[in-house]
Write a protein that binds this ligand. Structure first.
Ligand code: 26M
Length: 820
């Protein structure tokens, strides 16, 4: 191996062609003569992956060699989307592959379209994890993601008769070029069983159980743009400990012998498709533990190779918990240190609390993870014992500081004294971490005043910090919006803005340049036409790319208020119907676009989808209305769909009830693509407004501090819908959109359910804001100015900035430039 070298594979067309043909023939047993575009994708993807492998090995070898401190981003979700195009851009080989594929009669865009999304996440939280590992790779931070390799990712959404129908996402049915099975990296994970105290020890137990699963690693490369660094997401897949129960097999029971195998696989079979609700299912708890145990064992095994004492673990490893889902990592590390490594409690606890940090993503009460003590005790008896001890020592420290405050102890306890008792995972995560952060300024303030209020009092303010979310400019600008990106490159002078978004400031110099402005508009127009084509092919609905594109795409949830949006569409339809044709002709044509999935068991959210589709059907078929108003629900929203949608919006809606959307990240993506926000004073909308200037954003609605009073009032008083909202109710109830009775529960959620999300309160200002948007849009010159200025001022919302802040203030790690 003396001459083993990392020199790059040649980039010329002949070399690329050879490698594609090699994979076509040798990996897939095809020939150039019988290749279809699916084959072309696989052969090309494998040839690109060969190049990544080289850099990947180099990265990990180098980080090992210099004993770099690593950060581990633990997340039950990584919403990666596609990798091929991303890798081509990172390696700067897009044109080369386009040419080689063109020579054999394929269009690169069609080949890219053959790849299925890796949809191992629900929405914002999972996509954030993917952006963060991208930023770590691009900024040369030695960071790994840890997650689960679900056999079925986020379900596929079909719309049948206007209703959502879920279908399994069989994304692994075809070969996946972007994962590397690591059968040698496999760990046993125990469940159930009983404990035996180690004689003469206080905190040391042996945990005996014969229910043991194996977690096996699959590695997914994260190509870094503009660096040799290739990051890694390590995903665990579950199987039984021994392939066969040999006793049963020998007794002739073949089915019984493989039965364990079938049951075991179920642990990593499917992603829980709940966004912001905790169902408390036993299988989910086992899934979370399998994940935490395998990950911690792996981190410890890697650390031990350095030969250093475990007391130095916090110097070489930082672990970030992506919400409470991986919180069992805390008692799991305690278990390893106490039971396997024989450290004292204090030694172990010091290591744990210096290693972990925790990010909170929501304050919705229904999303708070709690596990019944009896369930945890049965499945994870050792961890339940450790959690009791963590809580005991913690409450003792609280009692010492605030003697005699029984109510404080009750409120702050990790164990909720309900029937049955419950483990509050957010409190466990908080107690076991040295830093706790929210994901936007307002959200970080709110959690300090609400769920962690007592913890601020007891543990001090410094532990609770803000880390405003960000998004990757590689995927969400350079990848999805090539024309606008080319213009930015021209303004900046080179492509360095892709890894240093502060450079987009340069765009401000071009805001008065007529030629530049014209090309800016043309780029948006092209993206709109591309989306119009996509909509025609996926829904059969024909829309005009000259209309204003008004987009709301995100998980369907009451707090996000898609219902308020569709009510306003109904009101707009009513107004248009009242007009004469001459009046209508003066209106701004608008396409209102929705997309998003409802959790499978979330009935209200599913009815909202049905209402949107019913309204769309009537309006789109109304010849009198024509192109002046169209309504589209795009089925099966995904990362890939977002890459079409986001660059094509004129306005996008981010209209959660104030104080409910922790941050939002699509708001950043839309503005980074030259779109304008219509939104509430919530989440990251606020900081976006601060950065780009209030003239560039349309705010409406009540403020977060007013929500409590409104809700209180509405608990005891009937809401009073304004005329516009009442009109929308009337149209639904007189069967304008089919049988109105099926939508009565939605109207009742406002009129009789206390209007928890304050639709009746915000509706008047929402309609006003829509008018303001229209007035502004009529002045296209000013609109283009807003668009350019917005992008120019959005540098803060690169996930590179977020990651740098985490690195400096939470993880204490530095970039490590991989050199040969
Ligand atoms: C919980 C229990 C069982 C199964 C699933 C869950 C669960 C899964 C995902 C709960 C919440 C989940 O996601 C929450 C989420 O996506 N939150 C969003 O996080 C984004 C990134 O920080 C923010 O931008 C959004 O505002 C926030 O809603």
């Amino acid at each position: 191996f003396q001459n083993y070298s990392h020199s790059e594979i040649s980039r010329d067309a002949a070399t690329i062609k050879n490698s594609v043909v090699m994979h076509l023939t040798a990996t897939f047993l095809r020939t150039p003569a019988n290749m279809d575009s699916g084959d072309a994708y696989l052969a090309s993807a494998f040839s690109v992956r060969d190049r990544l492998l080289q850099r990947w090995n180099m990265t990990n070898e180098y980080h090992d060699r210099v004993n770099a401190k690593r950060v581990y981003y633990m997340s039950l979700e990584f919403l990666i989307g596609r990798t091929f195009d991303n890798a081509l851009l990172a390696l700067e080989l897009r044109n080369e592959y386009s040419k080689v594929l063109g020579d054999v009669g394929f269009c690169l865009e069609d080949i890219i379209d053959e790849e299925r999304d890796a949809a191992l996440g629900n929405g914002g939280l999972g996509r954030l994890a993917a952006c963060y590992v991208d930023s770590m790779a691009c900024s040369d931070y030695p960071g790994w993601g840890y997650g689960l390799r679900y056999k079925y990712g986020m379900f596929q959404q079909q719309i049948i008769d206007g209703y959502q129908v879920e279908a399994p996402d069989c994304w692994l049915d075809s070969p996946n070029p972007w994962e590397f099975p690591r059968p040698d990296v496999t760990y046993p994970v125990k469940f159930y069983g009983h404990l035996v105290r180690v004689p003469d020890s206080k905190h040391r137990f042996t945990w005996e159980s014969n229910v043991v699963y194996d977690a096996m690693a699959f590695d997914v490369p994260v190509p870094g743009y503009g660096t040799n660094n290739v990051g890694n997401i390590r995903l665990w897949s579950c199987k039984t400990n021994s392939l066969f129960d040999l006793n049963k097999f020998n007794a002739g029971d073949y089915a019984g012998a493989t039965g364990g195998q079938v049951a075991a696989q179920i642990l990593t079979d499917v992603l829980y498709p709940n966004d912001n609700t905790n169902e408390g299912k036993e299988l989910r708890l086992r899934q979370e533990y399998l994940f935490c145990s395998a990950t911690l064992q792996d981190i410890i095994a890697r650390f031990k190779k350095t030969g250093k004492p475990l007391s130095e673990l916090p110097d070489l490893a930082a672990i970030q918990l992506n919400d409470t889902h991986p919180t069992l990592g805390i008692p799991e590390l305690m278990r390893i240190l106490l039971d396997d490594e024989a450290l004292t409690w204090d030694e172990a606890w010091s290591i744990v609390t210096r290693t972990f940090a925790f990010t909170n993503h929501t304050i919705l009460p229904e999303a708070m993870e709690k596990w019944p003590v009896p369930m945890m005790d049965k499945i994870l008896p050792r961890h339940m014992g450790i959690i009791y001890d963590i809580n005991l020592y913690f409450l003792q420290s609280v009692e010492e500081k605030f003697p005699g405050d029984r109510d404080l102890l009750r409120r702050i306890s990790i164990i909720e004294e309900s029937n049955p008792q419950q483990v509050r995972m957010a409190f466990l995560a908080c107690v076991g971490s040295h830093k706790v952060n929210g994901v936007a300024a307002i959200h970080s303030d709110i959690i300090k005043q609400s769920i962690f209020n007592d913890f601020v009092t007891v543990q001090g303010e410094d532990k609770f910090i803000n880390k405003t979310n960000g998004v990757s400019p590689r995927r969400w600008m350079n990848g999805c919006n090539p024309d606008m990106s080319a213009l930015i490159t021209e303004a900046v002078g080179d492509r360095t803005w892709i890894n240093d978004l502060t450079k987009v400031k340069k765009l401000e110099d071009h805001v008065a340049d007529d030629d530049f402005r014209a090309r800016w508009s043309a780029a948006k127009q092209k993206n709109k036409q591309r989306l119009a084509d996509y909509i025609l092919s996926t829904t059969g609905i024909k829309i005009s790319a000259d209309a204003l594109f008004d987009v709301q795409v995100q998980r369907i949830h009451e707090y996000k208020r898609q219902l308020m949006n569709i009510f306003s569409v109904i009101y707009r339809y009513h107004c248009l119907k009242q007009m004469t044709p001459a009046e209508r002709a003066k209106e701004i044509s608008r396409v209102v676009i929705f997309a998003g999935k409802a959790a499978a068991g979330y009935w209200v959210a599913k009815q909202v989808i049905k209402l949107i589709n019913s309204v769309a059907e009537v309006i789109n078929a109304d010849a009198e209305i024509g192109d002046v108003l169209k309504v589209v629900f795009i089925p099966d929203y995904s990362v890939t769909a977002a890459e079409y949608l986001i660059p094509a919006s004129d306005i996008s809606q981010h209209i959660s009830t104030a104080g409910t959307e922790a941050s939002g990240t699509s708001n950043m993506k839309f503005v980074l693509n030259g779109g304008i926000i219509l939104g509430t004073v919530d989440g990251a909308n606020i900081e976006i407004g601060e950065e780009i200037g209030e003239e560039q954003i349309f705010f409406f609605g009540c403020l977060a501090h007013e929500v409590g009073d409104f809700r209180h009032y509405l608990r005891f008083h009937q809401p009073k819908p304004d005329e516009a909202l009442q009109t929308a109710f009337d149209l639904i109830q007189n069967n304008t959109f089919g049988d109105g009775a099926i939508f009565q529960p939605l109207i009742d959620s406002v009129l009789r359910g206390g209007d928890v999300y304050l639709l009746s309160v915000d509706f008047p200002s929402y309609i006003q804001a829509h008018k303001a948007v229209e007035d502004a849009y009529r002045n296209q010159e000013e609109w283009v100015t807003k668009s350019i200025l917005s992008v120019a001022r959005m540098a803060k919302f690169s996930s590179d900035r977020s990651i740098q802040e985490y690195a400096e203030e939470v993880w204490n790690i530095e970039p490590v430039r991989v050199t040969n």
